[in-house]
Design a protein around this ligand. Structure first.
Ligand code: NAP
Length: 246
């Protein structure tokens, strides 16, 4: 594997939330980072600026991960800027909730398009273009395991991501590329907080052995380890990073 200082990481969905923390952390670990976003161009540009001011290297790149051609262009941009790609973090995702009886087709299709097809688009490109010794980190959720009502479609897309993780690890092992997934529990981001009142949040905090919600840096630290030089023997695993809630 190349050293951290000349390794290149694409982080999808890095304009906000967990992805932004991942981009900051990988840049401070010494990787050159491609900050992907869908619509939040200003937030992505501000993050790149912040990383550069802290002495890191980053570019931003718009690409809707559900579009295979856009994901190809995302890899093209990374290669044009930095000469190759070593790490893909497939973080971009959405969470549409609702009982199955009322779940609408548009929300179902969008969940599949971004969470499952978006992850697949990144994995297919990474399988062809990552340098040997690379790292892939997918994003699942601890809802795969907790299986709460209303999370059915979201959990189904993430269970599919876990299946892809196990199988791609076997397909890419001969090139020294590891493929793992992180499955966070509740993390205080827009995706999780939207639509939840204080009473619901208090109940979720109390469910956790550590008595709090996850913070984005809790997850960034785990991804830093999976991407870093000491984790080469961790492969094909789903790491539930959730404070022990399941
Ligand atoms: P978030 O705060 O809503 O941020 C989502 C990010 O994904 C944004 O940067 C957004 O970009 C990007 N994105 C959305 N659709 C995209 C698309 N089609 N193409 C490219 N980028 C897209 O979400 P988060 O909480 O950080 O979640 C990140 C990941 O962790 C997701 O996969 C989620 O399922 C997983 N996760 C989160 C939690 C949690 O409690 N927060 C728990 C378990 C798992 P724009 O800003 O440009 O829209």
């Amino acid at each position: 594997m190349t050293t951290s200082t000349n390794r290149v990481a694409i982080v999808t969905g890095a304009s906000r939330g967990i992805g932004a923390a991942l981009a900051r952390r990988l840049a401070s670990d010494g990787l050159s980072v491609v900050v992907n976003y869908a619509g939040s161009a200003d937030a992505a540009a501000r993050l790149v600026d912040e990383i550069e001011k802290a002495g890191g290297r980053a570019i931003s790149c718009q690409a809707d991960v559900s579009d295979p051609l856009a994901v190809k262009r995302l890899f093209d941009s990374a290669e044009a800027a930095y000469g190759g790609v070593d790490v893909l973090v497939n973080n971009a995702g959405i969470m549409k909730l609702g009982p199955l009886a009322q779940f609408d087709d548009a929300s179902f299709d969008q969940s599949i398009a971004i969470n499952l097809k978006g992850t697949f688009n990144g994995l297919r490109e990474a399988a062809k273009r990552l340098r040997d010794g690379g790292r892939i980190v997918n994003f699942s959720t601890s809802v795969v395991g907790l299986y709460q009502p209303t999370y059915g479609v979201y959990a189904a897309t993430k269970a599919a991501v876990e299946a892809l993780t196990h199988i791609l690890a076997k397909e890419l092992g001969s090139r020294g590329i590891t493929v793992n997934a992180v499955a966070p529990g509740p993390v205080a981001t827009e995706l999780f907080l939207e639509g939840k009142d204080q009473a619901v949040l208090d109940r979720i905090r109390q469910m956790n052995p550590l008595g709090r919600l996850g913070e984005v840096d809790d997850i960034a630290r785990v991804v830093s380890v999976l991407v870093g030089p000491d984790s080469g023997w961790i492969n094909g695993q789903i790491i539930r990073a959730n404070g022990g809630v399941i």
